[in-house]
Design a binder for this molecule. Sequence first.
Ligand SMILES: N[C@@H](CCC(=O)N[C@@H](CS)C(=O)NCC(=O)O)C(=O)O
Length: 202
Amino acid sequence: MSYKVYYFDAYGRAEAIRMMFIHAKVEFEDIRLTREQFAELKAAGKFEFGQVPAIETPEGKVLVQSGAINRYVGTKLGYLPSDPLAAYEVDNLCDAINDMYMKLFQSYFGPSEEAKAAAYKAFVETSLPFFLGKFEARLAGQKYFGGENPNVFDFCFGGFLQQPNVPKFQDVVDKFPGIKAHQDNWALVFADHLASRPKCNM
Ligand SMILES: N[C@@H](CCC(=O)N[C@@H](CS)C(=O)NCC(=O)O)C(=O)O
């Protein structure tokens, strides 16, 4: 029995999990649920809080909540430091990128077209450069946020910068040389996966 990753046919909150398994060369079943399949499994109580991503361990335990899953998989596969302060440094970056995602999501799911356009403008002009500046400072010229080897945040961030909407704001990314180098390296490390993964909108 291998791990199973349950999500929709999207990158979103599951792609960092998938990338950790791929990087560690750990086999997993990539289960991309249709809305109907999701509704059935949800009704059957498969996902504790009724949402995905979820993973199922080889022992059959279903884990939910992306942050907790990232930490679990990261710990299992060696992408999370054991020192509490070092682990905090990874976690706080993961929390920060979630805050950044929330800003971007406002432009996807706003109440009107005007609100979505305003949220997107605010994301590109304010939130994105703010967070990228903070991340660039923490990267501090290293190859990975984890130093020589990637940590959980590298997977969250690396996954984010390979999303199909990134070309629309690549000019902002290009202003941060360390971040751009991370993005380019990630594209090389995951070249096979990026070329073969199912094409999704987000
Ligand atoms: N806090 C949760 C949020 C999960 C979440 O929002 N999942 C969405 C997909 S990205 C979902 O399952 N939506 C379907 C629904 O809520 O019915 C996590 O980080 O895993």
